[in-house]
Each structure stands twice: as structure tokens, then as C-alpha cells.
Design a binder for this molecule. Structure first.
Ligand code: COA
Length: 329
């Protein structure tokens, strides 16, 4: 990596009202709470009237406040979503205006891998001279599914997660990453304009585990680390069984693996930032900890990143300026 990196100095998550439990779904389709929990680990998800822009704004406000940033302080907004309000313009334009930002903004579409793709892209732009980038993953997946289809409706939910990424001298938090796509698998998971989402669940499951494991291993290799160095794993929250299968192949315990899928369902580009926020706020990630994010999504895309946590906590802690000097050895 280069000598100008990034450190996350603010984070926020937003889950809208509108909890839909498995019991609620069992009233409208041929399914049961037990089946959904056994096959997916999901108990509930949120279905909201708020679009991805509105959800993202709420998450971003928390992250900006924590980072102590005003709208003028942000140099760029990267908005990861696969459920944008419009074909054009990007949802990022709505968010940019709502937050009063004066910077450029773009949407990034890499489905459930979108947040990790965005985080990596943002690091590159910090290295090219930007100082603070707002990265948001936000979805209103309830709008693009058939809410009566038991194959898909049980899985997907709405929500948003955001981080403020600030430039620092030195390596920064991102130690290694892997981004990939296999475009021959478009037909296993797709949504056409103004249509609902189609999915071959079994095939997605099979490929997802393989993709996550190989991508995680590549990111680790590039970070010059092994799983022995990792403290916390944040897999894309699609299905608890997918996370279990992937981390067991990495010889990693579920006890140190995020499992927000139980309450959030699969929120696509929002799933990793929402899980990151949950683990940070629970105090599970501490200064110097190595965090592995790994995910997959429609495309079929995959993305992994290895971060060394810089020590910022919600209560305060080290800012970007102090990061390089105070990095635990
Ligand atoms: N409730 C009750 N029964 C259901 C059901 C539901 N919601 N959905 C399917 N079934 C039935 C099927 O019809 C099938 O019945 P049959 O044996 O009589 O034919 C049986 O349950 C098994 O279905 P199957 O599709 O084999 O289940 P599965 O174990 O593969 O689980 C998924 C289905 C969708 C939960 C699972 O394949 C999955 O999570 N795949 C990955 C999806 C994903 O992550 N997508 C997002 C990627 S970012």
C-alpha cells in the first residue's frame, strides 16, 4: 500500500421502523418462522417507505456528527446501492443535496459487495489528495422484491450504514483488499428495471461460500497476514449458514464473526457497514485489532478488505492526525 492512507473517524447506522418478523410473513405466504430461522438465521427485517437516499442521510448524519465534520469538510460522497430511486440521477445526488454537501458524489453499484468496493475506491482517492470522504451503503430492497415470494421476501431488508474516511500520513487502516466479479453468473441473481428480483438461491449459496473464502485469503495474503492475526470477521450478512460455511473453511469461530443478519436480514450494500457499526458500538473492535470484511453479491461480485483498527471509539479516541504516531506496534 502507499504512504497516504485512511482512517475511519466516524460511523453511523440507520434501521428504519417497519419491523417485519418471520411470524408476520407466515401470515401472508407458505412459510414458517422455524423454516426461515433454520435455513437463514433471520428472525426479522425492516421494510420501509424510506428510499435509499433518505435512509443513507440518517446514517450519514450520525457518522458526520461523530467525525466532527460539517458539510464543507467532505471532499466526496461515494454511495453504494443496488436499489436507487432513479435510473438517473444517482441517489448520491439526492443525499449530497439533503446533507448540504458541496462536493462531488457518485453511486457505486456492486450489489452486496458495494460498500467494500466503495471503501477501497475511497482509499485510492485519499491517496490522490482528497482529505475526507463519506462512504454510505444504503438499500430499500423491499421495493425491488415480490413481497409475496417466499424464495426472496424472507431474505431481504432495508437499512443504511455510513463511515467518514479521513486521510492520514502513513499506511492507514486498509492493509489489503481483493475486488472481483464473475460476469458469467449474472443470471443467478438479477433485477431488471421496474421488475422484482430473481434469484437461484442454491447456486448463489454454492458460489458465495467459495468466493468469500478465496477472496478473504487473497486480501489476507496482500496484507501479509493470516487468520491467526485477525480479531474480528465481518462477512456480508446474507444467510447465517453462508457465514458459518465460509468462516469454518477459514478455521474461524462464529463467536468472533458478525451475525446481524438475525435482526436485519440481508441489506445488501448496507449489510457490512451496519455490522461494522454494531461491532464497534458493542466494543468488540479495539485499537490495533485486525478486522476482515468479506462479501459477495449479484454479478457475481465479491470483495474483501483487511483493516487494522486505528483506535477511534464513539467516546473519542485517536483522530486521524494522531493515528500514525499512536499506532500500536
Ligand atoms: N418457507 C418454507 N419452505 C420453503 C421456503 C420458505 N420460505 N422457500 C423454499 N421452501 C421449500 C422449497 O420449496 C423446497 O421444498 P421441496 O423440498 O418440497 O422442493 C425446500 O423448502 C427446500 O428449498 P431449498 O431451495 O432447497 O432451500 P435452501 O436450503 O437452499 O434455502 C435459501 C433456500 C434461499 C434460503 C438458500 O438457498 C439461500 O440462502 N441462498 C443464498 C441466497 C442469498 O444469499 N442471496 C443473496 C445474495 S447477496
Amino acid at each position: 500500500m502507499t504512504n497516504r492512507g485512511g482512517i475511519i473517524t466516524g460511523w453511523g447506522g440507520y434501521l428504519p421502523a417497519g419491523v417485519v418478523t418471520n411470524h408476520d410473513l407466515a401470515k401472508t405466504m407458505d412459510t414458517t418462522d422455524e423454516w426461515i430461522r433454520n435455513r437463514t438465521g433471520i428472525s426479522e427485517r425492516r421494510w420501509s417507505d424510506m428510499g435509499p437516499a433518505a435512509l443513507g442521510v440518517e446514517a450519514a448524519k450520525i457518522a458526520l456528527d461523530m467525525a466532527g465534520c460539517g458539510p464543507q469538510d467532505i471532499d466526496l460522497l461515494v454511495f453504494a446501492t443496488c436499489s436507487p430511486e432513479y435510473i438517473l440521477p444517482g441517489s448520491s445526488a439526492i443525499v449530497q443535496h439533503s446533507l448540504g454537501l458541496t462536493c462531488g458524489a457518485f453511486d457505486l453499484g456492486a450489489a452486496c459487495s458495494g460498500f467494500t468496493y466503495s471503501l477501497v475506491a475511497a482509499h485510492g482517492l485519499l491517496n490522490m489528495g482528497m482529505n475526507r470522504i463519506l462512504v454510505i451503503g444504503s438499500e430499500q430492497l423491499s421495493r425491488i422484491i415480490d413481497k409475496t415470494d417466499r424464495n426472496t421476501a424472507i431474505l431481504f431488508g432495508d437499512g443504511a450504514g455510513a463511515v467518514v474516511l479521513e486521510a492520514c500520513e502513513g499506511e492507514g487502516e486498509l492493509l489489503g483488499f481483493d475486488l472481483g466479479v464473475d460476469g458469467s453468473a449474472v443470471n443467478i441473481l438479477y433485477t431488471r428495471h421496474d421488475e422484482i428480483t430473481h434469484m437461484d438461491g442454491k447456486e448463489v449459496f454454492r458460489r458465495a461460500v467459495r468466493a468469500m473464502v478465496s477472496s478473504a485469503n487473497l486480501a489476507l495474503e496482500r496484507a501479509k497476514l493470516t487468520m491467526d492475526d485477525i480479531d474480528w470477521v465481518i462477512p456480508h450478512q446474507a444467510n447465517r449458514r453462508i457465514s458459518e460455511a465460509a468462516v469454518s473453511r477459514l478455521n474461524w469461530p462464529m463467536e468472533r464473526t458478525s451475525a446481524t443478519v438475525e435482526t436485519n436480514g440481508n441489506t445488501s450494500a448496507a449489510s457490512i457497514p451496519l455490522a461494522l457499526v454494531a461491532e464497534l458500538d458493542a466494543g468488540h473492535i479495539k485499537a490495533g485489532d485486525h478486522v476482515l470484511m468479506c462479501g459477495f453479491g449479484a454479478g457475481m461480485t465479491w470483495a474483501s478488505a483487511v483493516l487494522r483498527w486505528g483506535g477511534v471509539t464513539r467516546e473519542g479516541g485517536h483522530g486521524a492526525a494522531a493515528y500514525a504516531a499512536e499506532l500500536p506496534s
